[in-house]
Design a protein around this ligand. Structure first.
Ligand SMILES: C[S@@+](CC[C@H](N)C(=O)[O-])C[C@H]1O[C@@H](n2cnc3c(N)ncnc32)[C@H](O)[C@@H]1O
Length: 237
């Protein structure tokens, strides 16, 4: 049985059902796991519905699955809710503008802005423009430096009480950033209806994840305050 998100957005439901998107010539392209799962898309959609952010920022658009989840909720809420997606490769060989085309097909183009630059250029520019957001979703380049940089800037544009979600939270690089989030800033994890999972390639690794407290489901954090530690602070993370 499909989720509430799939019931609300038949275009997205068909993409998730077939595990394929179409390019502008109609040719089918497999998603190839480049997207967030249907489960995480539904959790993202439900989170947007619950917190009704005015402005959402996402890093990493690809074929647009997370974008469609966010925009479906913003449309359902009504009002002026907007999504800004950062992705330097949307028009490139891999995504071929399909994410943007999917947004247009669903009638969401008026709520959506794509910044086609890498995060390390786009985020400081958006901060400098005075952007403030109520919700952010991180699913760009997954190495520690990039995820850390995404969070560093998101922390600066996110309003107190705002929410940041992370895909692939069980990846070692992402998990390391999440430890920084909770030890070097004032954030509290929130529940978004996802069961804690510790999936790994082997039962031994799953057990290690459990012991280390490194769950693999998408994880969301609420910003408690605009806060930075003293200039010379350090704590292991
Ligand atoms: C896992 S995919 C995103 C999937 C998407 N969230 C979805 O649900 O369909 C990662 C995306 O990050 C983008 N990306 C790669 N380097 C980036 C960078 N430096 N800044 C922002 N996005 C980047 C890629 O082009 C790709 O679209």
């Amino acid at each position: 049985m499909g989720s509430r998100l799939e019931a609300k957005n038949p275009v997205l439901a068909e993409i998730l059902r077939s595990d394929r998107v179409r390019d502008s010539s109609g040719a089918e392209i497999p998603l190839d796991a480049n997207n967030i799962s249907a489960l995480y898309a539904d959790a993202l959609y439900q989170t947007i519905l619950k917190y009704a952010p005015a402005t959402v920022l996402e890093i990493g658009m690809a074929f647009g699955i997370s974008s469609l989840a966010i925009l479906t909720a913003l449309e359902e809420i009504g009002g002026d809710g907007k999504l800004i997606s950062i992705d330097p490769e949307q028009a490139g060989e891999k995504w071929r503008g399909i994410g943007i085309a999917n947004v247009a097909t669903c009638g969401f183009a008026g709520r959506h802005v794509l910044v086609e630059k890498p995060d390390y250029l786009a985020l400081p520019e958006l901060l400098n423009s005075g952007l403030r957001v109520e919700l952010a979703y991180v699913d760009g380049r997954h190495t520690f430096d990039y995820v850390f940089l995404d969070f560093f800037y998101i922390d600066k544009v996110l309003v107190p009480g705002g929410i940041v979600g992370f895909n692939d939270a069980g990846w070692r690089a992402v998990h390391k950033v999440l430890k920084f989030v909770t030890r070097h800033r004032k954030y509290a994890e929130i529940e978004v209806g996802l069961k804690r999972t510790y999936d790994a390639r082997s039962p031994l690794r799953s057990q290690a994840r459990r012991v280390l407290g490194a769950p693999t489901q998408d994880r969301y954090f609420r910003k408690l305050a605009d806060w930075e530690p003293a200039w010379n602070f350090f704590a292991e993370f």
